[in-house]
Design a protein around this ligand. Structure first.
Ligand SMILES: Cc1ncc(COP(=O)(O)O)c(C=O)c1O
Length: 393
């Protein structure tokens, strides 16, 4: 199936106003998402917030079912969260790690996750091992094998699609190895969900964190955690509230039996519904069609950028995502982003100075421009953006 791009654009009011190549930041929301959120805000204003939530209980449950369908998971394995970082943290800080346990990660890891690893190392005496990249710029699987063979690995935590580089981590290869070694596998799928096929059984991850606002096209302030049912009882959430546990005595509790032990009671109900609508919208298009279109648009963009004298595409790895990163000799990334934003072309800058695992080691200290495509973008839009970049030279 191919995407009806004209229809996708008609359903996306923002397409008339901006040329949006910041889908890795937050994609443009489609009408079904906007409608369900507006309706809920109206209900809250006219009925009262709690009453409005009760009125849509069934729809709220539907969001879990939709996310489960998207990931090939069970509804009971999904927890709502307000961001990918919070979802990831709830899982990461729940993993029982002690002195000497090793956490394996890669150069694709997200900044907040890497800092949390540092925090846990300080608190527990666990160790973080940064696996080297292979010659193509993604994790060296032989190094992963060697570390798993050494034993003592408490967790493998990797990011599927990094934030500042168009590479794709070979997560199925990693999952297969983790399963064989009986090691927990936590996947940050924040940038991959919504643009690529992400199936928890195909990947073999135990835990997965993602956000709503990026390639899923959901609202800000939403995200989710997947927790494989077989591992849930080994994980003790770092925080509890009355949604996550039952109050059994003055100072005692019992965890919620499933993934909802990682949730909190309060949330944006409109956001929760918007997230469900975004996932349903994606499922209607079909993830395979989306992935095919995103890949083809990103390939077109890379090729066109490479035609500009002085421009260098900075993406790595044999498999590439919809995130396209580049530099232009003599023109800092900020200058390019500012130049484009003056004519309503949205890109983003991934700064280099604190990208300790990815850009800094590659010497990209002044950062890269990040242009991230989605299925509603067109080749004409990409050519226009590339023309504007070329005009700077
Ligand atoms: C790879 C990756 N992981 C995690 C995050 C954090 O997502 P959130 O802002 O929803 O916490 C981001 C945000 O850009 C990201 O790119």
């Amino acid at each position: 199936m191919t995407i009806d791009v004209a229809r996708a654009r008609r359903l996306t009011p923002g397409c008339e106003l901006v040329l949006h190549l910041n889908n890795a930041g937050a994609a443009l929301m489609p009408e079904p998402v906007l409608d369900v959120m507006h309706e809920q805000l109206d209900r809250e204003a006219t009925m009262g917030g709690y009453e409005a939530a009760e009125a849509v209980e069934g729809l709220l449950e539907g969001t879990y079912a939709s996310i489960a369908r998207l990931l090939g998971a069970q509804e009971s394995e999904i927890a709502f969260a307000e961001s990918a970082t919070r979802a990831w943290d709830m899982a990461f800080h729940a993993v029982p790690l002690g002195a000497g346990d090793r956490i394996l990660t890669t150069s694709a890891e997200y900044s907040s996750n890497a800092m949390s690893m540092g925090l846990v190392v300080e608190r527990t005496g666990a160790e973080v091992v940064l696996l080297p990249d292979d010659e193509q710029g993604v994790v060296d699987l032989a190094a992963l094998d060697a570390e798993l063979d050494r034993g003592g690995v408490g967790l493998v935590a990797v990011t599927h699609v990094p934030t500042s580089n168009g590479s794709v981590t070979p997560v199925e290869e990693i999952g297969r190895r983790c399963r064989a070694a009986g090691v927990l596998f936590l996947l940050d799928a924040c940038q991959s969900v919504g643009q690529r096929r992400v199936d928890v059984d195909e990947i073999g991850c135990d835990l997965l964190a993602a956000t709503g606002r990026k390639f899923l096209r959901g609202p800000r302030g939403t995200g989710f955690l997947y927790v494989r049912s077989e591992v849930v009882d080994r994980l003790h959430p770092p925080f509890l509230d009355l949604r996550a546990a039952t109050w059994t005595g003055p100072f005692t509790y019992e965890f919620h039996p499933d993934a909802r032990r990682f949730e909190q009671w309060e949330r944006s109900v409109a956001g929760h519904l918007g997230l469900g609508a975004a996932v349903d919208h994606l499922l209607e298009w079909g993830i395979d069609a989306i992935q095919e279109r995103v890949t083809s648009l990103a390939t077109h963009l890379r090729t066109a950028l490479e035609g500009i004298p002085g421009a260098t595409v900075r993406d790595r790895g044999p498999v590439r995502s919809g995130i396209v990163t580049f530099t232009l000799d003599g023109h800092p990334a900020e200058e390019i982003a500012d130049h484009l934003s003056k004519v309503q072309v949205n890109v983003w800058v991934s700064p280099g100075e604190d990208s300790h695992l990815d850009l800094l080691p590659r010497g990209l200290t002044t950062g890269v421009v990040r242009a991230s495509v989605h299925y509603y973008n067109t080749v004409d839009e990409l050519d226009r953006a590339v023309g504007l970049v070329a005009a700077l030279t």
